[in-house]
Design a protein around this ligand. Structure first.
Ligand code: GCU
Length: 333
């Protein structure tokens, strides 16, 4: 862990100095850096490869796109600062990680906001919704430019979770963000927020009893080595957003903006196309690791935390119009 941190800092420094040299090297291409925290077979990475290929095919003399996987530039929360400064240009980040900057993104942390993955996908692919989410972008220093699906988030642990009572008193890692802490408390568990890269060792060292995520975390992050029970309680559907540094984007010409916008659309398409197979493969691999997939009475879990909706809407009234749109998307399915 410590080593990874040092390495992360070293890479970040190297990146900063390369950036300073941009335009003075043997060629005058502008480097575009994209950061994410997944491994290179993950759909997020596949999306970014599509982005890179598009930009470099349209403007080969002008831009070189570099993708940094595995949070090598640092955890999302840190890279957001580099995005604001403009030294990293793009980041794939879960909305849960940006709700501290802007409460509008807490919408997706609301448990059981969507009643189906189809409704969730329709909602995040709607350009008008993306515009509403980006309402405070000038202040935030980044714009959301594409949404990636990340499936459904479910609990997994060292002991089986078959009913809500099984969560009681257990420590679960949640993504940083106040809504996740409120959710976990409402479920009767103890929330332990930490960044994604820290979860594996926290599980191994029994700092936590379990975590919650989509199936890919079991295999890509090896959490299935430690947690042998994965429960389909379906408590959240939280997208990953591709965000661009405002500083970088505002400096582009109109023509180049059009290329980068289309590249974001290509990334979104490629990521969605890769998703279902990635989940199927992860389930198969996890079963091979000895993970049991458990189905439960989802309504029991939903009813336990549903009162949170009104609490969260009252705390952040700006969420209400989006909440109503989400309900419409649910009804349309
Ligand atoms: C998913 C998601 C990531 C997020 C992670 C987490 O893997 O795709 O963007 O960081 O969950 O739980 O932190």
């Amino acid at each position: 862990m410590h080593f990874k941190k040092i390495l992360g800092t070293a890479v970040a420094l190297a990146v900063a100095s390369t950036f300073a040299l941009t335009g003075c090297g043997e060629d005058s291409k502008t480097l575009v850096r994209m950061s994410h925290s997944q491994i290179e077979t993950h759909p997020d990475h596949i999306g970014l490869v599509a982005f890179k290929n598009y930009v470099e095919s349209k403007l080969p003399e002008k831009y070189e796109v570099q993708i940094f996987p595995n949070a090598t530039l640092g955890a999302n929360e840190k890279v957001l600062e580099l995005i604001k400064q403009g030294s990293v240009q793009y980041l794939v980040v879960s909305t849960a990680n940006i709700e501290a900057f802007d409460p509008i993104y807490s919408l997706f942390s609301m448990p059981y906001l969507f009643t189906s993955e189809a409704a969730f996908e329709k909602f995040i692919l709607d350009g008008k919704i993306m515009e509403q989410l980006g309402v405070n972008s000038d202040k935030n220093g980044f714009y959301p430019v594409a949404a990636f699906t990340a499936g459904s988030r479910n609990f997994y642990a060292k002991t089986p979770i078959r009913t809500v009572a099984d969560l009681s008193g257990k420590k679960f890692r949640v993504q940083a963000g106040p809504t996740n802490v409120a959710m976990m408390n409402a479920f009767g568990g103890a929330a332990t927020p930490m960044s994604f890269g820290e979860v594996y060792s926290a599980l191994q060292q029994s700092v936590i009893d379990g975590a919650e995520n989509n199936e890919l975390a079991l295999t890509d992050q090896k959490h299935g080595e430690v947690c042998k029970y994965y429960t389909y309680d379906m408590h959240q559907m939280v997208p990953d957003l591709l965000v661009v540094s405002k500083k970088f984007y505002d400096g582009l010409s109109a023509d180049d903006k059009a290329v980068f916008d289309q590249a974001a659309a290509e990334a979104e398409k490629a990521e969605f196309e890769a998703w279902d197979k990635a989940v199927q493969d992860a389930k198969k691999t996890a079963e091979g690791m000895g993970v049991e997939f458990i189905t439960v009475d989802v309504n029991e879990f939903r009813n336990k935390v549903l009162p949170l909706h009104e609490e969260l809407l009252n705390a952040t009234p700006a969420l209400r119009p989006l909440y109503e749109e989400a309900n419409k998307a649910n009804q349309a399915q």
